[in-house]
Design a protein around this ligand. Structure first.
Ligand code: ADP
Ligand code: DP6
Ligand code: CO
Length: 342
C-alpha cells in the first residue's frame, strides 16, 4: 500500500479496530452509461473522468466477512475455497489489509457472484462494493455512504458506483488525495427502464479492465480526446435522465461505449474485447432501430453486449435476442436488506 493510500484509511478509520463479527452484505453490479476508462493516479485509483451508471438489481455479489477461528485468512468464491496465491484471493486479502493496517485480525471471506466473474459484467464493481460494506459491518464502522464509496474505489473504480440500486454518478474529483472522488446515487427513479444482457462470452477475459485501461492510456493515439468527451457525455446523460429523454440517453450511451472501444482498438498492440458475435448483435440492433425500435447498446471490457430500453420495447427485444437476460433496475429485486432505495 502506498503511504498516501494508508493516510486515507487512517483518516477515516479508528486507530484500533475492534474484533470482527460475522457480517454479510450485498451489492448490485452496475453498467456504466458513460464510462470510466483511464486513471490519473494508479496508487489512489483516481479516474481521468467522471462516470455514470445504472445498477443491475439482482445481478451482483453477496459477501460474508467473519472472524477466522483458525487464525488464517481464507477466501471462498461461489462455495469453493481459493488457494491463497490466486490473484482473486490476494486482492481480497490486500483490500482487507487496507482496513486492518497491520493489526492481526484474521478473516474468512465468503463471496457469491450471481454474475460471471471477470467477464466484462462488472464483477469487480459488485465484488468490492459488497466487500467494503461487509468489512465495515464486521468491524462495526459507522461510515457515511460517501466514505464507503471512496474506500471501495481502492478495490476497483467501478465499485464506487455499486453501493446502491438505480443510477449513480462517480465524480472524478479534483483533490490530489482523492478524498472528493466517490460516487453518489442520483435521486431519479425510472421504473420503465430496462437492461438486456446479451451474452456473447461469459468466460474470464484475457486482460483485466485494469491492465486494458493502463495499456490504452499508455499507447493509444486516440486516447487524448477521451477524457473531455467522456466528461461531456456524463453530463449529457445526467441531463437526459433528469428530463426523462430516453432517446438522448441512449444515443449518448451508445456513442460513449463505441468511443471507448475505439481508443482500445487504436492501442498498440490493439486491445479488442469485442468479438465477431458482439458486432452481430450490434448489426441486428441497428437494423431493428431503423425499423423504429428504441434500444441502444453499451459494451464494457468484455465481449458481452448490454442493451438499454424502456418497458414498452421488452417483447420486441425478447424476440430479437431470445437468450438475453432482462433486468429491471428499479424492480422488486432492486432491494437488499438495509438498502431501501428506490
Ligand atoms: P469485471 O468486468 O468482471 O469487473 P475486472 O477485470 O474488472 O472484470 O475484475 C475482475 C476481478 O474482480 C476479479 O479477478 C477479482 O479480482 C475481482 N472480483 C470479482 N468478483 C469479486 C468478488 N465477489 N469479491 C471480490 N473481488 C471480486
Ligand atoms: C469498461 O472498475 O474494473 O467497465 O478500477 O482498475 O478495477 P479498476 O477497473 P474497473 O474498470 C471498469 C471499466 C469499464 C467502464 C466502467 O465500468 O465505467
Ligand atoms: Co471491473
Amino acid at each position: 500500500m502506498t503511504d498516501r493510500a494508508r493516510a486515507i484509511f487512517d483518516a477515516v478509520l479508528p486507530a484500533r479496530l475492534p474484533d470482527p463479527v460475522s457480517f454479510s452484505a450485498a451489492a448490485p453490479s452496475n453498467i456504466a452509461l458513460s464510462k470510466y476508462w483511464g486513471k490519473r493516479d494508479a496508487g489512489l485509483n483516481l479516474p481521468l473522468n467522471s462516470s455514470l451508471s445504472i445498477s443491475l438489481a439482482e445481478w451482483g455479489t453477496t459477501t460474508r466477512v467473519e472472524p477466522a477461528r483458525d487464525g488464517t485468512d481464507a477466501v471462498w468464491l461461489n462455495g469453493a475455497r481459493l488457494a491463497p496465491e490466486t490473484g482473486f484471493a490476494r486482492k481480497v486479502v490486500a483490500f482487507a489489509d487496507r482496513f486492518r493496517r497491520g493489526q492481526t485480525l484474521p478473516l474468512h471471506v465468503r463471496t457469491e457472484n450471481t454474475i460471471p466473474t471477470a467477464a466484462g459484467l462488472a464483477s469487480s464493481a459488485s465484488g468490492f462494493a459488497a466487500l467494503t460494506r461487509a468489512l465495515a459491518g464486521s468491524f462495526g464502522l459507522d461510515l457515511a455512504d460517501d466514505t464507503l464509496s471512496m474506500l471501495a474505489r481502492f478495490g476497483s473504480g467501478s465499485a464506487t458506483r455499486s453501493l446502491w440500486h438505480g443510477f449513480a454518478r462517480w465524480e472524478r474529483g479534483t483533490r490530489e488525495d482523492g478524498t472528493d472522488s466517490f460516487a453518489r446515487p442520483l435521486p431519479e427513479v425510472w421504473p420503465e427502464f430496462r437492461i438486456a444482457i446479451v451474452r456473447v462470452d461469459t468466460g474470464p477475459k484475457s486482460q483485466s479492465s485494469r491492465d486494458g485501461m493502463g495499456h490504452t492510456v499508455a499507447t493509444s493515439p486516440l486516447f487524448a480526446g477521451w477524457p473531455a468527451q467522456a466528461e461531456a457525455d456524463c453530463a449529457a446523460i445526467e441531463a437526459a435522465i433528469e428530463a426523462r429523454d430516453f432517446i438522448r440517453l441512449g444515443e449518448v450511451t451508445e456513442a460513449n461505449a463505441l468511443g471507448m472501444h475505439a481508443t482500445m482498438i487504436a492501442a498498440r498492440p490493439a486491445l479488442a474485447y469485442l468479438k465477431p458475435e458482439s458486432w452481430q448483435v450490434l448489426d441486428r440492433l441497428w437494423a431493428a432501430r431503423r425499423d423504429g425500435l428504441e434500444a441502444y447498446a453499451t459494451m464494457d471490457a468484455g465481449a458481452n453486449v448490454k442493451l438499454v430500453f424502456l418497458e414498452g420495447s421488452t417483447s420486441r427485444i425478447a424476440e430479437l435476442f431470445p437468450d438475453a437476460a432482462i433486468v429491471e433496475p428499479f424492480g422488486a429485486a432492486a432491494k437488499f436488506p438495509g438498502q431501501p432505495r428506490p
